[in-house]
Design a protein around this ligand. Structure first.
Ligand SMILES: [Zn+2]
Ligand SMILES: [Zn+2]
Length: 244
């Protein structure tokens, strides 16, 4: 599998940046995981939307889904013109009916609810979901192929369930929305130190951090995560591809 980071800021982008969006592929399959602001224009650099087999939205916070409201035009208008034939399967947490209603546009998407414990098979990829701790319904995503395991934390507070879900994964893409100095009781995000702790407890082989507050210095994030995790550790880079 390979993963291209289309955007890694949250909950708003730095100048020229984009929020959460990750393209996961193998030779036969392309799955877009999250579609935050700025992600669609990045996606067009590496992929035609016709080639997407599925889209997964981990949760419906705007920094993870706002470009889906624009993608529906790219698909829906081209469908109306006869230039695009399929509806793209869109897996989302069912929570906000009004928002889900707004996603309907010329059958751009085939909307499918995510439930914890679901196992979805897309060609050779097997996807599973685990509910995280966040103010809205949010799912971590696990993708397996040929004994390789990729896990994406999505957004979450510290969660033993994430450690269990990600156990022994080859690659954990983990959010770290805050630094320890800014942690509050209701931060709703992992600190970089906690992300390292999760990865250590889950015995993760390679930890790649994401969901960076746009004003943070990246070396501070790195230093904090190094306190708790001493295996392969990287900060995600926009438009970089990682092999799993
Ligand atoms: Zn977020
Ligand atoms: Zn969120």
């Amino acid at each position: 599998m390979k993963l291209t980071v289309l955007g890694n800021n949250g909950p708003y982008p730095k100048a020229g940046g984009a929020c959460s969006g990750y393209l996961l592929e193998d030779s036969k399959t392309k799955v877009l995981i999250d579609c935050g602001n700025g992600v669609l224009s990045r996606l067009f650099k590496v992929c035609d939307i016709e080639d997407l087999d599925a889209i997964v939205l981990s949760h419906l916070h705007s920094d993870h889904m706002s470009d889906i409201l624009v993608l529906k035009y790219a698909i829906g208008i081209n469908k109306a013109k006869g230039k695009f034939s399929k509806s793209i399967p869109l897996y989302i947490p069912f929570e906000d009916n009004e928002l889900i209603e707004r996603l309907n546009y010329n059958d751009a998407f085939k909307i499918i609810p995510i439930e914890e414990g679901d196992k979805i098979i897309i060609n050779d990829l097997v996807l599973q979901f685990k509910e995280m701790i966040h103010p809205v319904k949010t799912f971590g995503v696990k993708v397996e192929k040929d004994n390789k395991v990729f896990v994406y934390s999505s957004d979450t507070s510290y969660h033993e369930g994430l450690i269990e879900f990600a156990n022994e994964a080859d690659f954990l893409l983990c959010e770290c929305g805050v630094l320890e100095k800014d942690m509050e009781e209701n931060s709703n995000h992992l600190s970089a130190k906690q992300a390292g702790e999760v990865a250590t407890k889950a015995n993760i082989k390679r930890l790649v951090l994401t969901h960076f507050w746009p004003k943070y210095r990246l070396d501070r994030i790195m230093n904090e995560a190094m306190e708790t995790y001493d295996s392969l550790l990287e900060l995600s880079e926009e438009m970089k591809t990682y092999y799993i």
